[in-house]
Design a protein around this ligand. Structure first.
Ligand SMILES: NC(=O)c1ccc[n+]([C@@H]2O[C@H](COP(=O)([O-])OP(=O)(O)OC[C@H]3O[C@@H](n4cnc5c(N)ncnc54)[C@H](OP(=O)(O)O)[C@@H]3O)[C@@H](O)[C@H]2O)c1
Length: 255
């Protein structure tokens, strides 16, 4: 029996699609038939994901783009628009942080870095695709926020600049959803709970992750594919009536 793919014929961009949660999102979108354009600074890692997608008969290409650099983002997106005519799906997944500091030790450059990576990047990349989505009267923008954007993690140390940036990203999502609704563009956020990606395994110790898992209502941490499934749904035609939502994928830690 032929499987019906939910995203056939759609062009998607996944920023930070080369590893961790973004990698899972790239694989899941491609698995549903989307042609996936992966943005990350390191093109080798992104090409590994592209190869994996192609092995499964999917379509994908990798681009070395620093999403905090407006000229790099516009250069690549304008090229993609020329080639494909339309960008249907944008997943802003770049984000994260690498250390915990008490607030009085957070310097202005550190604050700016976390804000740029987690919030400003989504503004830059969204702005670069919106005109094309408006012209085509279709678009799905999905911002990967975090549990930290709604509340400090009750079971673990949290990082103030990151929480503030992700709260900003949830606000950005709602305001953009209102502004773009008339053009049949939906804008939603997906907020994962702690997920044991390589970056998180470096920033948090294994015991604290195990303790966190035991304390969640679902008795486990969420995995990258849990978030990827939520993204596929929000990108699909079936989610056309949903905009301005922040969808928690956090095993019930924050409800
Ligand atoms: N893991 C968690 O516990 C968790 C929980 C809640 C929310 N989240 C959110 O989920 C997203 C992914 O997290 P993750 O843990 O999967 O992260 P990750 O493993 O560190 O992956 C980050 C991705 O972003 C890319 N990237 C980073 N800075 C970039 C830049 N300036 N320009 C272009 N690409 C850039 C990285 O590739 P390059 O280094 O090659 O550029 C990589 O592909 C983030 O937004 C994070 O805040 C994660």
């Amino acid at each position: 029996m032929k499987m019906i793919k939910r995203l056939s014929g759609l062009n998607a961009i996944v920023t930070g699609g080369s590893q961790g949660i973004g990698k899972s999102i790239s694989l899941a979108l491609a698995n549903e038939g989307a042609n996936v354009q992966i943005f990350s600074r390191n093109i080798q890692n992104a090409n590994i994901v592209v190869d994996q997608i192609k092995l499964n008969d999917g379509e994908a290409t990798a681009y070395a783009v620093d999403v905090c650099q407006e000229d790099q983002v516009y250069g690549t997106i304008n090229m993609l628009i020329k080639e494909f005519k339309k960008i249907d799906i944008l997943v802003n997944c770049v984000g994260g942080f690498n250390r915990f500091l008490p607030v009085e030790e957070v310097t202005i450059p550190e604050w700016d870095l976390v804000m740029n990576v987690n919030l400003k990047s989504a503004f830059i990349v969204s702005k670069a695709v919106i005109q094309n989505m408006k012209f085509n009267r279709f678009g799905r923008i999905i911002n990967i926020a975090s549990i930290a954007g709604s509340a400090p993690n009750p079971y673990a140390v949290s990082y103030l600049p990151y929480g503030a940036a992700k709260a900003g990203l949830i606000g950005f999502t709602k305001h953009l959803a209102k502004e773009l609704g008339a053009f049949e563009i939906t804008v939603n956020a997906v907020s994962p709970g702690t997920t044991a990606t390589e970056r998180v395994l470096l920033a948090r110790d294994a015991n604290s992750l195990e303790r966190m898992a035991e304390l969640t209502p679902l008795k486990r941490l969420v995995e990258p594919h849990d978030t990827a499934e939520a993204v596929v749904f929000l990108a699909s035609m079936g989610a056309g009536g949903i905009t301005g939502v922040n969808l928690n994928v956090n095993a019930g830690v924050v409800m």
